[in-house]
Design a binder for this molecule. Structure first.
Ligand code: 3PG
Ligand code: MG
Length: 401
């Protein structure tokens, strides 16, 4: 569903102009190599479209958290190769994102060429949204395109500062993220379910508070489900669990009932004495977890019940794995539910949106990543969206409409 307030590439005339494109190239690296290129690949359509339209493209990005200092291990230079490879063109590099090196490199750009500028966060002004730093960035180009949805929760100079200074629009990835998330949460086809897993209730309080106001069904898994089980009087043995959050969990369940939001908790679990590969495990009813065991995944009865409920839904948002999927067989629950979501999506019966850190690895592990309606590349920004917060990087693009 198009977002009427959001300016996009369709609203811009970029031929022969210098366009500053904010990307999120904060990709996982291992031994100097890109370990997961998803964010790079997702940035390609916008940059290619701009190049094809004859723009001079200067890419701005951050990497890691160097806290305002030049930190060689967080240079963006090693990403020129992978970005160029994904784009199919050479990517030039500027040793700094402002000042003489940046100006020289931008001045050398020809239409159809692309340049990557050094890590924005080497300057303290980036995270502070310092006006002088934002002015220096803005002085490099004529038009601003933001394709970094996954950094849209940061009101930084290269995000809000630039959009306030230059004619601005969302890139194709930003556009797709905003449209998919709006479709899932703001204008969903109902019934709408949320699948929420992960370790802790305490880190997802605001998210749960917002979701019970909006969704028809909240399915809980992962470590956080144990806290809810405990709050219902179920003994969870040595399972990951926040005992001090039991009252909060009870409040959430009471509020959900008021709002007409159903809460689904596991009815069985796969348990083990230790969380390690090859450890013996078994499935038990959730009321029968021995004192020395841990629940490490939802069991088959819980999976079947979630699958049955999903059959009756039209939209699902998913954040967080339902079990300790990193070590088999504790991946079984998350993978089975992921396959079901993928299957219902393929059949046109479900609109499915997932995102946030571990969720992507869990879906990739299940072979379901490409088969959902939309998988967000964002971690923190996706969570803040689920919390119901307005993301400054998105809001500023709407205001400039
Ligand atoms: C991310 O990886 O979540 C984004 O790039 C934002 O990074 P940050 O959490 O360091 O601001
Ligand atoms: Mg983050």
């Amino acid at each position: 569903m198009p977002d009427p307030g959001l300016r996009t590439l369709d609203d811009l005339d970029v031929a022969g102009r210098t366009v500053l494109v904010r990307l999120d190239l904060n990709v996982p690296m291992q031994d100097g190599e890109v370990a997961d290129a998803t964010r790079i690949e997702r940035s390609v359509p916008t940059v290619k479209e701009l190049l094809n339209k004859g723009a001079k493209v200067a890419v701005l990005a951050h990497f890691g958290r160097p806290k305002g200092k030049r930190e060689p291990s967080m240079s963006l230079k090693p990403l020129c190769g992978p970005l160029g490879h994904a784009l199919g063109v050479e990517v030039a590099f500027a040793e700094d994102c402002i000042g003489a090196p940046a100006r020289r490199a931008v001045a050398a750009l020809q239409p159809g060429q692309v340049l990557l500028l050094e890590n924005l966060r080497f300057h303290a002004g980036e995270e502070k949204n310092d006006p002088t730093f934002a002015d220096a960035l803005a002085g490099l180009g004529e038009i601003y395109v933001d394709d970094a949805f996954s950094a849209a929760h940061r009101a930084h100079a290269s995000i809000t500062g630039l959009a306030e200074r230059l004619p601005a629009a969302a890139g194709r990835l930003m556009q797709a993220e905003v449209e998919a998330l709006s479709r899932a949460l703001d204008h969903p086809e109902r019934p709408l379910a949320a699948l929420v897993g992960g370790a802790k209730v305490s880190t997802k309080l605001e998210l749960l508070g917002n979701l019970i106001e909006r969704v028809d069904l909240l399915v809980l898994g992962g470590g956080m489900a144990n806290t809810f089980l405990l709050a219902r009087g179920v003994e969870v043995g040595r399972s990951l669990c926040e005992r001090e959050m039991a009252d909060t969990a009870r409040e959430i369940m009471a509020k959900a009932q008021d709002k007409g939001c159903g809460i689904v908790l596991p009815t069985d679990g796969r348990i083990a004495k230790e969380f390690k590969a090859g450890t013996p495990s078994e499935v038990v009813a959730i009321e029968q977890v021995p004192g020395d065991a841990m629940i490490l995944d939802i069991g088959p009865r819980s999976v079947a019940s979630i699958e049955e409920r999903l059959e009756g839904c039209r939209t699902v948002v998913w954040n967080g794995p339902l079990g300790a999927f990193e070590i088999p067989p504790f991946d079984a629950g998350t993978s089975a539910v992921a396959r079901k979501v993928a299957e219902l999506t393929a059949a046109g019966r479900l609109m499915s949106v997932a995102g946030g850190g571990d969720t992507l690895s869990a879906l990739a592990h299940a072979g379901a990543l490409e088969r959902l309606s939309y998988v967000s590349t964002a971690g923190g920004a996706f969570l803040e969206w689920l919390e119901g917060k307005e993301l400054p990087g998105v809001a500023v693009l709407r205001r400039s409409a």
